[in-house]
Ligand binder design. Sequence first.
Ligand SMILES: Cc1cc2nc3c(=O)[nH]c(=O)nc-3n(C[C@H](O)[C@H](O)[C@H](O)COP(=O)(O)OP(=O)(O)OC[C@H]3O[C@@H](n4cnc5c(N)ncnc54)[C@H](O)[C@@H]3O)c2cc1C
Length: 345
Amino acid sequence: MGLGIVMGVWDHIKNSGKFPTATNWALDWVGMLPGKREARRLVGDHILTQQDLMGLNPEFEDAVCIGGWNLDEHPPTGFEDPELPPYVSIKLPGVYNIPLRSLYSKNIRNLFMAGRNISATHTAFSSTRVMGTCAVEGQAIGTAAALCIQHNLPPRGLYEDKAKLKTLQQTLLRDDQSIRGLKNEDPLDLARKATVTASNERENCQAANVINGWVRALPGYDNQWAAPLGADGAWLELAWDTPQTIRQAHLTFDSGFQRELTLSSSDAANVDIVRAPQPETVKKYSVLYQTEDGEEWTELASVDDNHQRLRRHYFKAVSAKRVRIHVKETNGDPLARIFEARCYV
Ligand SMILES: Cc1cc2nc3c(=O)[nH]c(=O)nc-3n(C[C@H](O)[C@H](O)[C@H](O)COP(=O)(O)OP(=O)(O)OC[C@H]3O[C@@H](n4cnc5c(N)ncnc54)[C@H](O)[C@@H]3O)c2cc1C
């Protein structure tokens, strides 16, 4: 039937006379593998529902990722029911959390799910099925599986062990997974104990924001450090009362999430999209440190052409009294912007 429909549409394009620009078009390929939406769904300890997505139920303690697409229901009978609207779309109040319990089976002891097979009702799945959401579910269960192996636990065991569940959530946040309402509380992050100063601060974008745990702008609160780039750039500094042994510095930059990045042929959707490094993202920077007695800054890392949101730098262990991030250039924006700085042994 699918092939019949494709040929019918093609016949209309070529022979109806309504599309003169199609005169010299040729059909050179038609996919032979039908794409099916709800192939398999499995049942987990929790079945995600429309009410969960609409924010009508209490928040999940085991949230591990988010979704945000509208409820977007297509009639299962598709072309066979031409009198039905092709889809019904209901806007959600905001992004919603997905619990770990929807990502493992309730009766197969060692089975995780991510993607179009997760434990969700037909209506909840009409939102969760989109590729970005499938991908962050994969991130969640990959990390969960690694913890299960490390501690010899089945998936449900990880849910039941609340300390390990928290480790899972914090590990995900450290990898820049978004989980609504959860912030960095990683006890291993040395930056959280630092005093933060900067060359300059824009109003509402204080230096200390880089250790407040949040890595997204929230309505009315930018949650980042931002400062104008002077002739010598701008800098942000972490300082400790006693020197810290540091082998890693993690930086989260602003990648312009306020602009919707999407693949679309619609001019209206494309108008604000920047198909290049995002202007707000820091392009050129270095990470430096100072020892307890020294006044000199020694370089730990230097980057000239960054376009990524999360950058991690690994180096030989140093004993640092201060760590400085010197921003020299952005991808176009006049402000240096950093959402988060983390340091680890
Ligand atoms: C027509 C259509 C249009 C869509 N449009 C959009 C869109 O515009 N935007 C969007 O975000 N999402 C869209 N989606 C939804 C989204 O693409 C899917 O929900 C998502 O890709 C599912 O990913 P998945 O990894 O769960 O499953 P799949 O991508 O189906 O991956 C499952 C894989 O497992 C393999 N497999 C199956 N059985 C076995 C086996 N026994 N052994 C080994 N391998 C096996 C399959 O070959 C396949 O490669 C669309 C879906 C459809 C069908």
